[in-house]
Write a protein that binds this ligand. Structure first.
Ligand code: S3P
Length: 434
């Protein structure tokens, strides 16, 4: 099992974060369904994006990396049944979105994944897909993987999402591509809208009225649209680690170009500004999924409250926001974030436990935590285990850049799911990693 040792360091400078994980996986799926060849620039070279792309290849798409770009030849709506189960690795997005797609396409597929993915709830997608007419078998112990999907001949439904989840929303919209009639999803709170933006870019008939999103199905023969070129911006959720590392240290400076700036992803910027951070943003591309340059200058931070509609728009940043809370003056309260308990790990329990090891005062809530800072950070002399959760591993590495000794983080291979260059970038920004 791989491990890294991180030393305290002042981080700063400039870095280019890898491609957005959510967008990369959606592009892999939608380009694979298109008629013709799509050129994809900036596709994430990480394990989650690779598992999703391989799954599409198993179902008939062709993918080739050439001259810094990915070329995907699509199947024009006609997915083929794979010979083997699709191994989705660690990817919740790949699993839940693809389940919708293959349920629509009417091919029999089974899906498996790693230990973390195999503990994550899949009942949330089984219910709407079965309402549409698919059969979903979950043979794991608690409504979990392995999953058997047998679909086809779906009917459109109207569905009120029981939780704010872009994965469940997208699963239903992708199934809706192959359904007869209209499929409508209503969200309780706005979540990331990359699927909707890509549908619009491809000319797929989608309408959005506030929190209500509808798609007119193409029917069982599948969607008819032509291939196009895609540019995947840098992943804001990867940039978030460096934003916190620099924003919380007076005197530090950071510049990152080509970072995704979709407003449904960037609520961290609002939170950091409320905490007193000095952040400048310049949009360089507004169309589709916007991106641009982020500049951060370190400052003394103060605590804040993060709750309600803000939560889905920074859901993956909450572990590193807890780190910012430990460095800020006063209380940082995170509420309404019970979904964190079913991510790659129980991120509330893991962050509370790990922050306490560093001497941080933190109260665990059912749906979040209250962190009291500024902590007199003391690097623990025991190793921290990521439990296979990339964002826990990277958040602890950022926390210990403010520590007073070296920390060993165990089980760091998971970082490759979203950000394989993370350790190298930490060194590029002045950190010391062994
Ligand atoms: C994602 C949506 C979020 C997020 C995950 C990626 C996506 O999950 O946590 O990392 O790509 O749609 P939920 O929508 O289940 O909250």
């Amino acid at each position: 099992m791989s491990s890294k040792t991180i030393f305290p360091a002042k981080l700063g400078g400039s870095v280019t974060v890898p491609g957005d994980k959510s967008i990369s996986q959606r592009v892999a799926m939608l380009a694979s369904l298109a008629a013709g060849i799509s050129k994809v620039a900036g596709y994430l070279n990480g394990e989650d994006a690779r598992s999703t792309l391989s799954a599409m290849e198993q179902m008939g798409a062709k993918a080739e990396f050439r001259d810094d770009a990915l070329y995907i030849t699509g199947v024009a709506g006609k997915l083929q049944p794979p010979d083997e189960p699709l191994n989705m690795g660690n990817s919740g997005t790949g699993t839940r979105l693809l389940a919708g797609l293959v349920a629509g396409a009417g091919i029999e597929v089974s899906m498996i994944g790693d230990a973390s993915l195999s503990s994550r709830p899949m009942g949330r997608i089984r219910h709407p897909l079965e309402l549409m007419g698919a059969h979903i078998g979950l043979t794991g112990q608690k409504g979990t993987l392995p999953m058997m999907i047998c679909g086809g001949k779906l009917q459109g439904i109207g569905y009120l999402l029981p939780m704010a989840s872009a994965q469940v929303k997208s699963c239903i919209l992708l199934a809706g591509l192959y359904a007869e009639g209209k499929t409508t999803v209503i969200e309780p709170r706005p979540t990331r809208d990359h699927t909707e933006k890509l549908f619009q870019a491809l000319g797929i008939p989608i309408t959005i009225k506030g929190l209500e999103i509808s798609i007119e199905g193409y029917g069982p023969d599948g969607p008819k649209y032509t291939a196009r070129d895609f540019v995947v911006p840098g992943d804001f959720s990867s940039a978030a680690f460096w934003i916190v590392a620099v924003a919380a240290r007076p005197g530090a400076e950071l510049v990152m170009e080509n970072v995704g700036l979709n407003p449904r992803r960037t609520a961290l910027l609002d939170v950091m500004r409320r905490m007193g951070a000095d952040i400048e943003v310049a949009v360089t591309e507004e169309k589709g999924d916007p991106y641009g340059t982020i500049k951060v200058r370190g400052a003394h931070l103060n605590g804040t409250v993060i709750e309600g509609d803000e939560i889905p728009n920074l859901i993956d940043e909450l572990p590193v926001i807890a780190v910012a809370g430990a460095l800020a003056n006063g209380q940082t309260e995170i509420r309404d974030a019970v979904e964190l308990r079913v991510k790659e790990s129980d991120r509330i329990a893991e962050m509370v436990k790990n922050l306490r090891l560093f001497g941080v005062e933190v109260d665990e809530l059912d749906d979040g935590m209250i962190v009291t800072g500024p902590a007199n950070l003391h690097t623990p002399d025991v190793a921290i285990n990521s439990h296979g959760d990339h964002r826990i591993a990277m958040s602890i590495a950022i926390l210990n850049s403010f520590g007073d000794g070296a920390i060993t983080i165990e089980n760091t291979g998971c970082v490759d799911t979203s950000y394989p260059e993370f350790w190298q970038h930490m060194e590029q920004l002045g950190g010391k990693v062994e």
